[in-house]
Design a protein around this ligand. Structure first.
Ligand code: SF4
Length: 374
């Protein structure tokens, strides 16, 4: 019987995000590791490899699909109430000990993570997204940067069908991958996990490429939202939050920043769960540093108005939420506050047509006719 790595090594095609170096190695540019790969070598992500002087990359499968409210990604300033059809592949360039998607992200590293690939095509995925009435399609669950050629193939179909596209990513990018994605990706969520390079090295990365990616994403006019999972004792010090939120505000005070509550997961079981008070304190720091749109997540109903979108000029409540549920929506058809006409940064639909679902739901049985377990 084939191992998962052997199965996935067959689910590949020659990629585009690399160059051949003078010494014959291949330099991969899909993520900030920029691996130099000699013949036969596999990247840190364990899914891209050099065979015969060509870089082979993941193709033709998904590790999971699901339709969710877009608020779950979370995007709060992009088509509120819409459904986002999410797909992912397998593998990651980091190895965070608290990963909430570890079954797919660590499938190549951890024998406990069992996620069989499902055969898929871009056409079938888009057809299924439309059938489920999704407005947006998102590459998530594993790190999408390392499977960017596949995401672009799916997004070309999706855009032709009128869908908005998005990445939910750790942000460990390169200038090359961002240029490659720019024509095909509209929304980009970055998980900014810390503002300490030592912490990033514990997770298997470096902070430099991530901060550079955030700056470039904004400059290149992707719609960017940033999430920080607040882990007591890991990234929760006042000093770190001051530096992190100051950085985001320096890129743009209009970038929504979501600070979300940690609960024990995967291999990180020691820190206590994040309390509502901790989220409120972090949000205060962010607002004092100039961020205009600050949200507290994962503790619905316990964080005051920090689930709501308010006008940064007059304070009017524009979108009232409870968790992923939209209780009220008053943004005008041209994306403005109805009271003072201030433009609200984001990607707004011309009309709010209600929310199809405020909870995740699994695709219907027809899924089995387009996706086959390997
Ligand atoms: S995606 Fe990142 S980790 Fe994987 S081969 Fe490319 S540079 Fe290396």
């Amino acid at each position: 019987m084939s191992t998962l790595a052997e199965v996935l090594a067959r689910e590949t095609r020659i990629g585009e995000l690399y160059e051949t170096l003078a010494d014959g190695r291949l330099r991969c540019y899909a993520c900030g590791h920029c691996c130099p790969l000699p013949e036969g070598a596999i990247g840190v992500c364990k899914v891209r490899f050099n065979e015969g002087g060509k870089l082979y990359v993941p193709w033709g499968y998904v590790g999971g699909v699901q339709c969710d409210p877009i608020e779950k990604k979370p995007f709060f300033h992009a088509h509120p109430g819409a459904l986002a059809y999410s797909f992912g592949m397998l593998g990651c360039d980091l190895h965070c000990s608290y990963c909430q998607n570890w079954v797919t992200s660590q499938a190549l590293r951890d024998p406990e993570a069992v996620a069989p690939p499902l055969e898929a095509s871009p056409e079938a995925l888009v057809r299924e997204a439309l059938r489920q009435k999704a407005r947006v399609i998102v590459s998530t669950y594993n790190e999408p940067l390392i499977t960017s050629e596949w995401a672009v193939a799916v997004f070309k179909e999706a855009k032709a069908a009128g869908l908005t596209t998005g990445y939910v990513s750790n942000g460990n990018g390169t200038p090359q991958v961002l240029e490659y994605l720019r024509p095909h990706v509209d929304l980009y969520k970055v998980d900014l996990k810390s503002f300490d390079d030592r912490h990033y090295r514990e997770l298997g990365g470096r902070i430099g490429p991530i901060l550079d990616t955030i700056t470039r994403l904004h400059a290149m006019d992707f719609w960017v939202e940033i999430v920080t999972l607040l882990i007591p004792g890991f990234n929760s010090s006042r000093d770190e939050l001051e530096r992190l939120t100051s950085f985001v505000a320096s890129v743009s005070p209009d970038i929504p920043w979501h600070v979300t509550a940690f609960h024990a997961d995967y291999k990180m079981t020691d820190p206590p769960n994040t309390t509502a008070e901790m989220l409120l304190e972090a949000a205060d720091i962010a607002r004092a540093n100039g961020l205009k749109y600050v949200y507290a997540g994962n503790l619905p109903g316990r964080v005051g108005d920090l689930e709501d979108t308010r006008c940064a000029s007059c304070g009017e409540t524009l979108i009232a939420r409870y968790g992923y549920y939209i209780r009220d929506y008053t943004i005008t058809s041209d994306g403005r506050c109805p009271k003072c006409a201030t433009a609200i940064p984001g990607r707004w639909s011309a009309h709010f047509d209600g929310q199809i679902a405020s909870r995740p739901f699994l695709p219907g049985s027809r899924r089995l006719t387009i996706l086959n377990s390997r």
